[in-house]
Design a protein around this ligand. Structure first.
Ligand code: ANZ
Ligand code: ZN
Length: 866
């Protein structure tokens, strides 16, 4: 990039002076420039362009009835500013937007409005798009995508089929959370504290056959590859916690019950290979302290292990457990309950007989679904033992087990040959012993679970499989994709747990692709995560999506991923992905999983989709509360744009506070930003001269350029704006002015934040001066007339350097320390005094003394006479 050489950007002598002052009217200038930018496509990302690429991604909005809100405004404006700066720096920037439009919110909204979800979606997109456009975002709209169009979801379905082909999609009977209000099954992640995430109703538990995706197969890779990406630390931590890797020991407890063995033999349950209960523990060193075994209510052995006399009590217990959410069951503060089955198992380390219980604090799907109970060293087990008077046997010394469990490390006691060993050592040794005796061994378990991928509602991508009586599950042949969602007048959830599609006979009944016999389509649809898993890939080949006719099933049609290999290679990975903190767990994990899968089948490059992930903080209402209709504290971006213009809106969204922090909206703050722009408008017309900029202002300008450059790169938009505000304070001072060259530089650094006003000011006088932006190398683009096509200003490092002055601090004429200050501050007695008093060394000299006099030589010396 060019060095700062003012001579290079000298203006043409023909430039007219900026004297005829015009009123600042955002409502006039903003739509005008938006139209021109769009017409001349100046924000177009150019495939295979020679400039280095940057792919800047914002989470695409869900066009619900709520429209875009100020939260969208924050993320979109900020990343737009970054994109614009990168473009000015000579990058080929891809900054796209589209619509994530399948799913419940739209379906529920459509039901409420009495329209079809497709119509509601079209309407919502139209409005949201107009909003986004009114903000003047530098979006390449030619790449707009919509997950609900057949040409898009054809590929969502294709990805599913590929996963099915590779054994990563399967059907299983799983416990599901049923929302009685939405009348659908919810995924685990849609259940928040036992309630439906969408409507807040209390969920019920059921089991249902569902499509699942085997994300657990990728658990280790999803964890390992985090070292290759640059995510905010808390985001990495969320990923790690959700994957929940736990290293420990698997231990087998043989069952002592002839009845059980007989029952198993007669039912021929060969899927259960041994007559041992397997547990997972992170504390194998406590094995001698086991005084009970607790099975999860879902444990497959439970029926056989239940003795007749305990049957009634257990059935009652299970009925109660069934209605509890997992959260309730695992809540540490809740009472631990259980029922004795009447059966026993054997502790492998000492052959002790251990009673087998059932208890709902044990989770069925984790670590074998059973827990060896060590009351002395696990607090849950301690509670359980207290309640049912089980033995509490200390095996690790070092704590006091009378009041509570001792969970720390210590020395083993009452542990046979292992007594006297440190617990950490014993853990290794006991595990080794178990391995040698084939009674267990080292293992790793994950909290991560396979992903429930079925939904029983209408507004989603149909799962592209066919059920044939003869052939079983038959995937829809690729050439028949997409399986289009039929248009339904009545699409309300059936209420039976089945998708409303089941009623559409003419759609459901098809010939089996394999045997041509009668068959039925799968009626489940995909969750609304499905389309958002891979949307950032679709922007890359969006132009090709459009070419793919949805209705005509052309057999020779190329596979879009295969056909776009070079494009994907060029644009990926995403350089920066920004979105809400609420999506940094699941959406991020799911989309990383899908990417890894696509990478495994060779259609995308690399192993991670996003190089860098960042999240912005939520925008709260002016009252500091979460914005909500019922609170009446919702700020509508449209009102703000109408009142102040898009530039003020954008600027304020970024000025609100540190980008990643939660911030409250403030009416005062916004008028402050508006005033700033009005002053820029005025100063640019009144205080620009055909003379050299006075030195101090020039220095300040270069410091500002440096600050803004660095701050935007590190996503500190608020401090970048603050620096520009401070700069114009200097510019506004009596007698201060900028040369035209320097006024241009200021407008250029402001342009990414306030693209319209800067464009307008630029057009007044500066547009004729063609500059040497490393322009896009395609021939199509017109001249670089726009301020947004100018190079990003380089600062003069010498000028930008903050000048530092050293002030000597004396006490009674003796030098005691030196202070380093910005030179302009070193002349202010008040400031120097304050800093000297804050200095630890000086403080100690002054402690308890009375200052009689202060001698100050500006910029050089301060002397305290005591
Ligand atoms: C015995 C023991 C003794 C345990 C002790 C701890 C301390 P993390 O770290 O989360 O993996 N556990 C195992 N499977 C369980 C299940 N399905 N439901 C509920 N709890 C289960 O936790 C592992 C520990 O959680 C295991 O170690 C087990 O209790 C419990 F002094 O085993 B521990
Ligand atoms: Zn068939």
């Amino acid at each position: 990039m060019d060095k700062y050489e003012p001579s290079k950007i000298r203006t043409s002598p023909s430039a007219r002076t900026l004297s005829s002052r015009v009123k600042y009217e955002p409502s006039k200038i903003e739509p005008k420039w938006q139209k021109r930018w769009e017409k001349e496509r100046i924000y177009r990302a150019i495939d295979f362009d020679k400039r280095p690429k940057k792919y800047i991604l914002i989470e695409f909005p869900y066009p619900s009835g709520e429209r875009l809100h100020v939260g969208h405004g924050r993320s979109y404006s900020a990343l737009d500013a970054l994109s614009r700066k990168l473009r000015m720096q000579g990058f080929n920037v891809l900054y796209p937007l589209g619509w994530d439009a399948f799913g419940l919110p739209t379906e529920n909204y459509a039901i409420k409005m009495g329209v079809n979800p497709a119509e509601a979606t079209a309407q919502n997109i139209k409005i949201s798009k107009n909003q986004a456009k009114s903000w003047g975002l530098g979006i390449d709209w030619s790449r707009e995508i919509n997950t609900t169009t057949p040409k898009y979801y054809k590929w969502t379905q294709w990805i599913f089929l590929k996963m099915y082909e590779k054994g990563l999609a399967y059907k299983a009977k799983v416990p599901v959370s049923w929302c009685p209000a939405c009348k659908i099954n919810l995924a685990n992640e849609e259940v928040i504290a036992g309630k439906c995430e969408r409507c807040g109703a209390l969920v019920e538990r059921r089991t249902q056959s569902q499509w699942m995706l085997r994300i657990t197969k990728y658990a280790q890779r999803l964890l390992d590859d985090l070292v290759t990406v640059d995510y905010l630390p808390q985001i990495k931590l969320q990923q790690e916690n959700w994957i929940g890797r736990s290293e420990g020991t698997e231990i087998k407890f043989k069952i002592v019950d002839d009845q059980f063995h007989q029952a198993k033999r007669s039912t021929k349950r060969s899927d259960q290979p041994s007559e041992a209960i397997s547990v997972f523990t992170t504390r194998s060193d406590t094995l001698f302290g086991v005084t009970a075994m607790v099975l999860a209510p879902e444990h497959p052995f439970l029926g056989e292990l239940t003795k007749p006399e305990n049957k009634k009590a257990i059935e009652e217990y299970l009925a109660r457990a069934e209605n509890k959410s997992e959260l309730e069951r695992t809540d540490l503060s809740k009472e631990k309950t259980g029922v004795f089955t009447g059966s026993y198992c054997i502790n492998p380390i000492n052959n002790e007989k251990i009673p087998i219980w059932v208890g709902d604090y044990v989770i069925g799907w984790y670590g074998g679904g059973a827990v060896m109970v060590v009351p002395a060293h696990d607090s849950r087990d301690f509670d359980f033992a207290k309640k049912y008077s089980l033995e509490i046997r200390e095996v690790v010394s070092g704590g006091d087990i009378i009041q509570s469990a001792f969970e720390g490390e210590g020395t083993l006691v009452s542990s046979g040959d292992f007594s006297g060993q440190k617990s950490t050592e014993a853990r290794e040794n006991i595990t080794k012993w178990l391995e040698e005796h084939q009674l267990g061994g080292k293992t790793v378990v994950y909290k991560l679970r396979d992903w429930v991928f079925s939904r029983q509602h209408y507004w989603g991508e149909p799962i592209p499989v066919i059920h044939c009586e003869k052939c079983g599950v038959v995937p829809v042949p690729e050439k028949n994709l997409p399986v289009e969602l039929p248009y339904l007048e009545k699409y309300e959830p059936s209420g039976t747990g089945e998708s409303p599609l089941i009623k559409v006979e003419e759609w459901v009944n098809v010939a089996c692709p394999k045997c041509d016999g009668p068959a039925r389509r799968e009626t489940d649809t995909m969750p609304n995560w499905a389309g958002s898993n891979w949307y950032y890939l679709a922007y890359v080949f969006a132009h090709k999506l459009g070419n793919q006719k949805s209705k005509i099933k052309n057999q020779k049609e190329k596979n879009i991923f295969e056909d776009s290999k070079d494009l994907l290679q060029y644009w990926l990975p995403v350089d920066l992905y920004n979105g809400g903190m609420e999506h940094t767990t699941l959406h991020l994990l799911y989309s990383r999983f899908v990417y890894k899968f696509l990478s495994d089948i060779g259609v995308v490059p690399g192993i991670e989709p996003y190089t860098r992930r960042h999240s912005h903080g939520v925008v709260l209402g002016p009252d500091g509360q979460k914005m909500s209709k019922s609170q009446g504290n919702v700020v509508n971006p449209d009102d703000v744009v109408k009142a102040y213009g898009a530039d003020t809106f954008r600027l304020y969204e970024m000025f609100l506070g540190p980008f990643e922090q939660m911030v409250a909206w403030s009416e005062e703050g916004i008028s402050g930003c508006h005033r700033f722009l009005k002053r820029v408008w005025q100063l640019s017309q009144e205080k620009v001269k055909n003379k050299t900029t006075p030195n101090n202002l020039k220095t300040s300008l270069h410091q500002t350029i440096k600050k803004v450059s660095e701050d935007v790169d590190s996503l500190k938009f608020n401090t970048a704006i603050a620096a520009m505000m401070e700069f114009i304070n200097g510019w506004a001072k009596p007698g201060a002015f900028l040369s035209k060259d320097e006024a241009k530089l200021f407008l250029q650094i402001l342009a990414p934040f306030a693209p319209h006003i800067t464009e307008e000011l630029w057009s007044f006088d500066f547009a004729q001066d063609k500059q040497s932006l490393p322009s896009d190398t395609s021939s199509e683009r017109k001249q670089n007339w726009s301020i947004h096509q100018q190079p990003w200003p380089e600062y003069d490092p010498k000028l930008a350097q903050e000048e530092i002055a050293t002030v000597v601090v004396q006490i009674n004429g003796k030098m005691r320390d030196k202070l380093e200050l910005k030179s302009e501050r070193a002349g202010e007695q008040e400031e120097v005094e304050k800093q000297a008093m804050a200095n630890e060394k000086i403080k100690s000299y002054l402690e308890g003394k009375k200052i009689k006099k202060v001698v100050f030589i500006p910029g050089k010396l301060i002397n305290f006479v005591i």
